[in-house]
Design a protein around this ligand. Structure first.
Ligand code: MG
Length: 266
C-alpha cells in the first residue's frame, strides 16, 4: 500500500511538472462532442462543439475508401457498406446520412472545419487492420492533408495498430503518437519511438505504475473512454494527462473544480 501511495504521489508530482502536463489534466471529446443537440458521432458538428466548449482536443476515426479517400467514421463499414470496398461517391450518397443529417465527412472537410478552433488538438485515430500498404497510403495522404490545411502541429496520432503508430512516428517525429492497444509497457513503446500511451481505463486501474513509468520517460498518458463521474475522478487521481470521454463538459467541470474526491484509486 505504501509503495502504491508513493507511486501515486510521484505521479501527481510529475503530472504537475511534466513538459506538456504543466497545464494540468485535459479533456478529449471522444468522437467529438456528440452527446448534445444537433450533433452525431464523428460529425463535423461534433468537432465544432468540442471546440465551442473549449475542450483540449477532439478525437475522430479515419478510414480509407476504395478510391483511397480519407473519411471520418468509427467502423470499417458505414451503413452496411465496407468502406475499403466502397468509393467516396457511393458513401456520400444523399440517402446515407449521419444521425444529425450530415453527409459522411471527408478528412479534408474535417480539417477545414477545425480551422475555426485553432487551439483545439486533433486526436486522429487511424483505423487499420494492420495491412502495411493500406497504412502507408492512409498515413501519406493524411500527412499531405495536414500540411494542406496547416494543422500538422495540432495532430496527435493514435491507433490500435502498432505498425501504424511506428510508421507515423518515423515520418512525423515532432508529433505526439499514442498507442491504444493497452498491452505494451511504456518503456517498450518508447524504444519504438512512440511517446504516448492511450489505454483503456481498466489497464491503468490494474497497472497504476504505468502512469508513473510513462511520465518518467517523458511520455504522455491518455485514457479512454471514461464517462462516469467517479471513474473520471479515479483516473485523475492516478495522474493521467488526458481523459477521453463522451461527456467532456462533465470532465471539464470536475477538472476545473480541482476536487477529485477522496476515492481510493486502488
Ligand atoms: Mg476512436
Amino acid at each position: 500500500m505504501k509503495k502504491l501511495l508513493l507511486i501515486l504521489f510521484a505521479g501527481c508530482l510529475l503530472a504537475a511538472c511534466g513538459s506538456e502536463t504543466n497545464t494540468g489534466p485535459r479533456v478529449v471529446a471522444h468522437r467529438g462532442y456528440w452527446k448534445t443537440e444537433g450533433s452525431a458521432q464523428n460529425s463535423i458538428a461534433a468537432l465544432l462543439k468540442a471546440g465551442e466548449i473549449g475542450a483540449y482536443g477532439s478525437e475522430f476515426d479515419v478510414n480509407l475508401t476504395a478510391d483511397d479517400q480519407l473519411v471520418i467514421n468509427h467502423d470499417f463499414s458505414y451503413k452496411g457498406l465496407p468502406i475499403r470496398e466502397t468509393t467516396l461517391a457511393e458513401l456520400r450518397n444523399d440517402t446515407l446520412r449521419l444521425a444529425n443529417g450530415e453527409i459522411l465527412p471527408t478528412l479534408d472537410e474535417y480539417l477545414e472545419a477545425s480551422l475555426q478552433y485553432p487551439e483545439l488538438k486533433l486526436i486522429f485515430e487511424l483505423k487499420s487492420k494492420g495491412d502495411p500498404e493500406y497504412e502507408a497510403t492512409a498515413i501519406r495522404k493524411s500527412i499531405e492533408a495536414f500540411k494542406r490545411y496547416g494543422v500538422t502541429k495540432r495532430i496527435i496520432f493514435i491507433s490500435f495498430s502498432l505498425s501504424a503508430c511506428k510508421e507515423f512516428a518515423r515520418l512525423m517525429p515532432r508529433n505526439r503518437v499514442e498507442y491504444l492497444g493497452g498491452e505494451i509497457a511504456p518503456d517498450e513503446l518508447k524504444k519504438m519511438g512512440i511517446d504516448g500511451i492511450d489505454y483503456h481505463y481498466s489497464v491503468f486501474l490494474s497497472r497504476p505504475e504505468w502512469v508513473v513509468e510513462a511520465h518518467n520517460l517523458g511520455m504522455t498518458v491518455n485514457v479512454w473512454t471514461v464517462d462516469e463521474e467517479d471513474g473520471i475522478k479515479r483516473l485523475l487521481l492516478l495522474g493521467v494527462d488526458e481523459v477521453t470521454t463522451n461527456v467532456p463538459e462533465l470532465a471539464m467541470r470536475i477538472i476545473e473544480s480541482g476536487d477529485f474526491g477522496q476515492i481510493n484509486p486502488y
